[in-house]
Design a protein around this ligand. Sequence first.
Ligand code: ADP
Ligand code: AMP
Length: 213
Amino acid sequence: MRIIMLGAPGAGKGTQAKMIASEYQIPHISTGDIFRSNIKNGTELGKKAKEYMDQGLLVPDSLTCDLVVDRIAQDDAKNGYVLDGFPRTIPQAEALTEALKARGEAIDYAIDIEVPDENIVTRMSGRRACLGCGATYHIKYNPPKAENVCDACGKELVLRDDDKPETVQKRLDVYHEQTQPLISYYTEAGVLKELDGTQDIDVIFGQIKELLK
Ligand code: ADP
Ligand code: AMP
């Protein structure tokens, strides 16, 4: 099962992708997590990606596409994966389609989680992320058991730099301009599934399980 998650920043892609990965035993591949881990480890890629991420801009396709194409060719992705945060531009989607086509494969589902812009700023300002294991929480909608401590690994939770309100608006503009066209792209490919992302996390996950049946 090859799945991609679409939706604005903060729509709940990562939250649902982690649940899908665990339910169907497939890897969760998040380009945002890969970039953040490179930043944490001080790699060249991390240094370059940070310049764009801090401004709410997309990391250039030239630094992103090969990384994902290599990752999905790894052994653990043989039976499928859930891609979270990729593709984010039409050229990325085309690169993915081509790479898959070369292996006689295709995306099975593009799950689009729809959340109006008005709700996004609240979502993002309440998001808390674990820099240790990548888990995400929301102070109100999905709180950790102990304040600011990751349930999964015990590390401290932080507000991501790019979740500050001034950067969120820029990320939303970039989403509408560069990523939203992917909804038509995957509709034309016949794999788009749209869900109402303003519902409870578990309700949305129930709907995802139904459509993946
Ligand atoms: P994305 O990966 O699309 O950027 P996340 O999955 O990190 O978004 O979700 C953004 C924030 O919203 C997180 O704090 C998360 O806990 C919270 N969240 C996710 N889904 C829902 C939902 N259905 N209702 C309320 N809050 C949610
Ligand atoms: P995310 O964790 O998915 O919200 O991504 C955080 C940031 O990483 C984005 O705002 C971009 O700057 C960068 N990023 C993640 N995935 C991509 C991608 N597919 N293309 C370009 N930039 C990306």
